[in-house]
Design a protein around this ligand. Structure first.
Ligand code: R5P
Length: 292
C-alpha cells in the first residue's frame, strides 16, 4: 500500500502513513487560467495498491474533481487498486428526496466517487441518519471508522472525575454521543431537533439535571445553529461550563465566534476538516484502517 493525497488533507495523509509505516507519493497541482485543475502524482505506482486521502469539507465539488484527477493519474500509471480515504464525506445529509424534484445527494455523490475509479472507501463518522449503514450508500466495500473514542479520551484526560452530562442535539447524534458518554461514564441525554431551514433549527426543552458541566456531542458543526440552540436551553437549566465536541468542524459563516458568544466554553474537534480546533487527530484510526 502506498499513500497519496489531495490538497485538503496532506498533513493527515502524511501522519497516517507515518503511523502505518507506508510511503507517501507527493502530489503537485495548479490551476489553468480558466480555473480548471491540473494535478500530478510523483512516483511509481505500477502494480501497487494506493490510498488516496482527500477530505471533502468546505469545498467538496472542487475537491472531488481533484480526487478524480488523482485517481485517473494513478490508474493511468498502472496501479492495482484505489482506496479513497475521505475523512469528511460531504453530501451525506441529503439522505432522502424530501420534496419532489430533489436529488438523493448522498447516493449521487457516492456514485461519483465510485465511478472516478475507486475500489474501496474509508471515511470517518459519516452522517448516517436515514441510512443506518455506509453499505446502504456505497456499492463498493466501505468502512466508516469513528473518531469518538479519541475525542472522548482527549476530553477525559482534562475532566476525569468531574460530574459531566453528555448531550446529543438530535436523534441521529445518539450514535456519536453514546460512545463519548460511555468512555466518560457520564449520563447521556438526547434531544429532539426540528430543522426549519438551512440556518434555523428548533430543539426540545431540557428537562434533566441542573448545574453540572455539559458536553454537547454531534458529528459535525456547520453554521453552529444546532449547538447554539442547545446551549441556550442548557443555560436556562444552569449548566456550566458547556463544551462541544464534533468530529467535523466546518464552522461556516463565523460559527465559532457565534458559539462562543452563545456561551460555549471549549470546542474539541478533529483534523478531518483541518482548522484551529483540530485538537484530536484521526491519523491513528485511519492508519489502522489502511494498514495491510
Ligand atoms: C445534522 O443533523 C447534523 O448532525 C448536524 O447536527 C448539523 O448538520 C449541524 O449543522 P449546523 O451547525 O448548521 O446546525
Amino acid at each position: 500500500m502506498l499513500v497519496t493525497y489531495g490538497s485538503s488533507c496532506e498533513a493527515l495523509a502524511r501522519a497516517s502513513a507515518k503511523i502505518a509505516g507506508l510511503n507517501v507519493l507527493d502530489t503537485s497541482r495548479r490551476r489553468f487560467p480558466d480555473g480548471e485543475q491540473y494535478v500530478r502524482v510523483d512516483g511509481d505506482v505500477r502494480g501497487q495498491d494506493v490510498a488516496v486521502f482527500q477530505s471533502l469539507g468546505l469545498n467538496p465539488d472542487s475537491y472531488l474533481v481533484e480526487y478524480a484527477l488523482i485517481v485517473d493519474a494513478i490508474r493511468g500509471a498502472g496501479c492495482r487498486s484505489v482506496t479513497a480515504v475521505v475523512p469528511y464525506l460531504a453530501y451525506a445529509r441529503q439522505d432522502k428526496r424530501f420534496r419532489d424534484g430533489e436529488p438523493l445527494s448522498a447516493k449521487a455523490f457516492a456514485r461519483l466517487i465510485e465511478r472516478a475509479g475507486t475500489d474501496r472507501i474509508i471515511t470517518v463518522d459519516m452522517h448516517l441518519h436515514r441510512f443506518s449503514r455506509i453499505s446502504e450508500v456505497f456499492d463498493i466495500p466501505a468502512e466508516n471508522v469513528s473518531a469518538m473514542p479519541l475525542i472522548a479520551e482527549h476530553y477525559a484526560k482534562a475532566h476525569r472525575g468531574e460530574s459531566i452530562v453528555v448531550v446529543g442535539p438530535d436523534m441521529e447524534s445518539e450514535q456519536w454521543a453514546k460512545q463519548v458518554a460511555a468512555t466518560l461514564s457520564s449520563r447521556l441525554y438526547v434531544l429532539e431537533k426540528e430543522r426549519l431551514g438551512d440556518r434555523d433549527v428548533r430543539v426540545s426543552d431540557v428537562s434533566f439535571g441542573k448545574g453540572s458541566r455539559a458536553l454537547l456531542v454531534d458529528d459535525m458543526i456547520s453554521t453552529g445553529k444546532t449547538l447554539m440552540e442547545v446551549i441556550a436551553k442548557l443555560r436556562l437549566q444552569g449548566f456550566s461550563p458547556i463544551d462541544a465536541a464534533a468530529a467535523h468542524s466546518l464552522l461556516v459563516e463565523g460559527a465559532y465566534e457565534r458559539l462562543k458568544a452563545a456561551g460555549m466554553s471549549e470546542l474539541i474537534s478533529t483534523d478531518t476538516v483541518p482548522g484551529p480546533h483540530s485538537s484530536v487527530s484521526v491519523a491513528p484510526v485511519l492508519a489502522r484502517a489502511i494498514s495491510p
